[in-house]
Structure formats: structure tokens, C-alpha cells
Design a protein. Structure first.
Ligand code: COA
Length: 312
């Protein structure tokens, strides 16, 4: 079969989404999500989104490479690196070299953007999952290895049942002191929270809390979606959740190890449960934090990912 590898074009939309649904079976991507998270991403460039087409013009494979164009608000520039955030080849066309050609085209795009390394795929713009799910996409690991990628580390996703969540179960031994309050976000927390996150958590979290506060004040979600731990007027930590998706959660460095994280976690899980959800999950932690924090709330590993890297 003759296959052409070329940049994404608009008529590919439905076929590419269908292909991703058949190949990334654990991560269903709807048409709307593809539009929102890929096409509307200001970092998207069609040259970095490569489709493989057969002689009839049918899409047999797709790969998305991202070179950040819009710098992160509060992080060192990453303009020396690029990211692969999606790749899939139709099951009936796998092991014929199509994936390798897509990857080569994606890497060429990144080189052309001046990137000297490529990652699959930590906090990339519009990322779907961290790296490769080592169980769900087991074939992708030897595939990337064959093309010169090596593992950087293995984060995990976790899930907790909320059926029997009670305060007395695990929070009672971790009292944080009377002077620490946990409250839903108020308008007057806006600037102090941005400043807190900017200071304590360089990276993408300023954008995250900025977007959440924007949505709350637009009436699109409840204030309890963002909970803040304070002593007096001083912010000590925060936690966010979105329906049953938990996180991010962060406590100021000097305040860690005093139960504030546990209390924030409990309040967020209670809020998730009160909305009618019976599990909570998140996509990204390291083993250390899993042991120190999440396991106390009944979170257990549900997915394991490999973050990969290659020098270009
Ligand atoms: C991973 C994927 C994109 C590879 O595409 P592909 O067209 O099959 O890859 P290629 O034919 O170019 O493979 C090149 C080499 O990679 C390795 N490889 C690819 N798939 C493999 C598998 N399932 N098991 C072991 N090795 C594999 C082999 O060394 C292969 O060479 P070989 O066939 O001569 O032995 C494809 O298998 C796929 O779509 N999988 C499902 C979606 C997925 O896992 N995406 C990645 C999620 S992060």
C-alpha cells in the first residue's frame, strides 16, 4: 500500500478523530475535544500535525507534534524542546512502517522550529495523557525505543472510591490547628492566590488557577471547585477539582507535613462526593507523593505512564 504523509487539512477532522478513537482506546477523544484541545490551541500548527493517507485518501495514521509558540506565564522558556502528544496508526495498518514515517515527519517539524529535543509528553500544551500508558499502549514503548527515545521517569494515575468517605476515617489524626481555615474561593482571594501560586509553584499552575477563577466568576462552576487553606489572611495552600477529576493540590513549602494537604484533599473529595460522584481520579503523580498523601485517602494506582525523551 502506498502511503503519503502530509500536514493535517480540515477535511481530515472526522477521520482523524475516528482513528484516535480506535487506537487510543483508553482515552476517548470526541470531535469537540479534538477541536478544543488541538485545533484551538494557539500552539497548534498544521505542519506539526501529520496525517498518513492511503491511495484512496483514507487516513491511516496521525501524529501531533507541538512546539510551544505562546510562552507559559510563570515558567522558564521551553523553546528548545518540542512535544509529541498524539500518535496512532489504524490497527490494520500497524507494523508497516507508517508510525515511523509519521514520527520522522513530526520530528522534522520540530527541528524546523529550532527544537533540540522532543518529549512524549509531560506538561505540553494541550496534552492528553502524560507519556505512554505502559499497559494500554504497550506496543508504543518498543516503537518509541526503536526510534531512539529513552525513558525519563514513570508517573502514575490514581483513583479513589468515595462510597465510604468520612472525616473520622483518616482526617482525625491529622488536625491542622484551629487557626487554619479551608474555604471556598472568594473574589478577594484572586490576587493573593495568583501571587501564592506564582511564588510556590512555578510552571503551569498560574494559568490553571487563573482559568478556574475566570470560570467561577463567569458563573460556569461553583466556588467550591477551588478551595483555599488560610491562616488569617495568609494563603497556605489550595486544591482544585472538576467534577470527579481531582487536582491540582499545593501547600506552601514551609507548611508541608502539618496535615494541611490532607485536609484540603478531604474537603475536595467531600465536595466531589456531594456532587454525586462515587470515585475521584487524577492523571499525574509521582510515587513519593502517592505514598505521602494520596494513599491515605484510598487513592490507588490505575495507570502507569512512561515519559520519553530524544535529542533531535
Ligand atoms: C504505536 C504505533 C503508533 C506504531 O505505529 P506503527 O505504524 O505500527 O509503527 P511502525 O510500523 O513504524 O513500527 C516500527 C517499529 O516499532 C516497533 N513496534 C511498533 N509496534 C510494536 C508493537 N506493537 N510491539 C512491539 N514493537 C512494536 C517495532 O520495532 C517496529 O518495527 P518492526 O515492525 O520492523 O518490528 C501504533 O502501534 C499504534 O497506533 N498503537 C496504538 C496507539 C498508541 O499506542 N499510541 C501511542 C500512545 S502514547
Amino acid at each position: 500500500m502506498e502511503v503519503t504523509v502530509r500536514p493535517y487539512t480540515d477535511p481530515d477532522h472526522g477521520a482523524v478523530v475516528g482513528l484516535l478513537q480506535r487506537t487510543l482506546t483508553r482515552d476517548p477523544i470526541s470531535r469537540e475535544r479534538f477541536t478544543r484541545q488541538v485545533l484551538l490551541d494557539p500552539n497548534f500548527h498544521p505542519e506539526g500535525a501529520v496525517s498518513a493517507c492511503d491511495e484512496q485518501g483514507q487516513v491511516a495514521g496521525f501524529c501531533l507534534a507541538i512546539a510551544r509558540q505562546v510562552p507559559l506565564e510563570n515558567a522558564p522558556p521551553d523553546d528548545d524542546r518540542g512535544y509529541i502528544t498524539l500518535i496512532g496508526v489504524c490497527p490494520e495498518h500497524q507494523r508497516r512502517g507508517i508510525g515511523g514515517r509519521l514520527l520522522a515527519a513530526a520530528e522534522d517539524y520540530l527541528r524546523g522550529q529550532g527544537r533540540r529535543s522532543v518529549l512524549v509528553s509531560p506538561y505540553a500544551p494541550g496534552y492528553f495523557i502524560p507519556g505512554v500508558d505502559v499497559d494500554a499502549y504497550a506496543g508504543a514503548l518498543p516503537f518509541f525505543r526503536k526510534h531512539g527515545y529513552r525513558e525519563v521517569y514513570r508517573p502514575l494515575a490514581m483513583e479513589a472510591p468515595l462510597w465510604d468517605l468520612t472525616r473520622s476515617g483518616w482526617l482525625e489524626h491529622r488536625e491542622t490547628g484551629q487557626d487554619v481555615r479551608v474555604e471556598a474561593y472568594r473574589d478577594e482571594d484572586t490576587l493573593p492566590l495568583l501571587e501564592f501560586v506564582r511564588r510556590e509553584f512555578p510552571g503551569d499552575w498560574v494559568r490553571v488557577v487563573r482559568e478556574v477563577m475566570t470560570r467561577i466568576t463567569a458563573g460556569e462552576c461553583p466556588r467550591r471547585r477551588l478551595l483555599i487553606a488560610c491562616r488569617g489572611r495568609e494563603i497556605l495552600g489550595f486544591v482544585h477539582h472538576d467534577r470527579e477529576r481531582f487536582g491540582p493540590i499545593g501547600v506552601a513549602r514551609p507548611e508541608r507535613g502539618c496535615g494541611i494537604g490532607h485536609r484540603l484533599m478531604f474537603e475536595a473529595l467531600a465536595a466531589i462526593r456531594e456532587q454525586g460522584f462515587r470515585t475521584a481520579w487524577f492523571l499525574w503523580s509521582d510515587d513519593n507523593t502517592a505514598r505521602r498523601l494520596y494513599e491515605a485517602a484510598g487513592f490507588r494506582e490505575i495507570r502507569r505512564f512512561a515519559i520519553l525523551r530524544k535529542d533531535l
